[in-house]
Design a protein. Structure first.
Length: 135
């Protein structure tokens, strides 16, 4: 949806799968950024728990894209934790984590567009927003 027709059915399936992970991560990043904008977020147990859950869901969405298939080692988990900034962390600067989340989102969008091009799809110049097909 939004890219046209791929070179093969397999390419279309790969892009759909990749985009599903991208959209999941994008939604989580948007929620994390909103939590990072909340006042007194560092002292709110609810905000901390919510941000932790969201950041772990983003890590799960990115696992294959960043690390590839297979079991995740402790070292690889640490990589994912550095990539997905938690804006409610008491030991980090809000602006730094917000920038890390922006960078992550921009990188994911670029990677998705590059994959689409590699699979033979046409990537529009404007930002894409996927709309789920109605069943």
């Amino acid at each position: 949806p939004g890219f046209g027709i791929g070179l093969t059915k397999e390419d279309a399936t790969k892009l759909k799968d990749y985009n599903a992970d991208f959209e999941s991560a994008r939604e989580g990043i948007t929620k994390l950024k909103a939590l990072g904008d909340m006042p007194l977020k560092s002292v709110s147990p609810e905000a901390i728990a919510q941000a932790d859950s969201i950041s772990r869901m983003i890590m799960a969405s990115l696992r294959t894209q960043v690390l590839g298939p297979g079991a995740v080692t402790d070292a690889e988990r640490a990589i994912l934790e550095k990539i997905v900034a938690n804006p409610t962390s008491m030991f980090s600067l809000d602006s730094t984590n917000q920038k890390r989340l922006d960078t992550l989102l921009n990188t994911l969008e670029t990677n998705r567009d590059q994959k689409a091009t590699a699979y033979g799809f046409t990537v529009p110049k404007k930002k894409l927003k996927f709309v789920p097909e109605k069943e």
